[in-house]
Design a binder for this molecule. Structure first.
Ligand SMILES: CC(C)(COP(=O)(O)OP(=O)(O)OC[C@H]1O[C@@H](n2cnc3c(N)ncnc32)[C@H](O)[C@@H]1OP(=O)(O)O)[C@@H](O)C(=O)NCCC(=O)NCCS
Length: 182
């Protein structure tokens, strides 16, 4: 059985979700601003039932790489990967979010600096993809600042609330081709 994950940088800790995280999860997730850039699997309003189902692993697999982002011990967001299979084995896509009270303080940049090098090695990845809706410049910026390279846009890839959006695609490649942070 592998050791439970705990990645730590001062007040920041990435660790597996726990059932006791429910109140902190609800406080941070039940915010209209959070869902604007996320898949509709992330509901709004975000109810206690949604939170319980998530923490029970019924929404997305709470595998080894699905971690709560904690600040001073309190969960305030999440980060995870979805791994490819078959000929896409060794690739994954990245998802992350924070409660709005924690935005624009450099926190997600610190999270990526901890999580990405670790998950590339731990999950045996050669490519990590992040897709960002065009109206989410903060997410694009944090990826570019932390070594992801923009590859282009998938046009009209998403229909959300009846509107078609392009998805900007960013990737981190393992090894010498990984970019230096901007
Ligand atoms: C995207 C998100 C994770 C960013 O987290 P964060 O902790 O605020 O990110 P950071 O503070 O590390 O970096 C944000 C960067 O974007 C910049 N930024 C913020 N708002 C911006 C805007 N409207 N336009 C351009 N840049 C912006 C910040 O200045 C910062 O850049 P800098 O480091 O060069 O100053 C957070 O906003 C979030 O959780 N949003 C909701 C969920 C979501 O959209 N997830 C991503 C899906 S792809």
């Amino acid at each position: 059985m592998p050791e439970p994950v705990a990645l730590v940088d001062a007040d920041l800790q990435l660790r597996p979700w726990r059932s006791e995280d429910l109140p902190a999860l609800l406080a941070n997730a039940n915010q209209a601003e959070v869902v604007r850039g996320l898949s509709s699997r992330f509901p709004h309003p975000y109810t206690a039932e949604d939170g319980r189902a998530f923490l029970a692993g019924e929404v997305v697999p709470l595998d080894r790489w699905a971690l709560a982002i904690c600040r001073d011990g309190q969960a305030c967001g999440g980060i995870s990967i979805t791994c490819g299979s078959g000929e896409r084995c060794g690739t994954a896509s990245l998802g992350y979010w924070l409660g709005p009270a924690h935005w624009n303080q450099g926190l997600m940049g610190r999270v990526l600096a901890l999580y990405v090098p670790w998950v590339m090695g731990d999950a045996g990845l050669h490519r990590l993809l992040a897709e960002v809706m065009v109206h989410n410049p903060a997410s694009a910026r944090v990826l570019l600042r932390h070594g992801f390279i923009e590859e282009g846009a998938a046009r009209w890839a998403i229909r959300k609330d009846g509107v078609l959006y392009d998805l900007r695609r960013f990737a981190w490649l393992a090894g010498p081709s990984a970019a230096a942070p901007a």
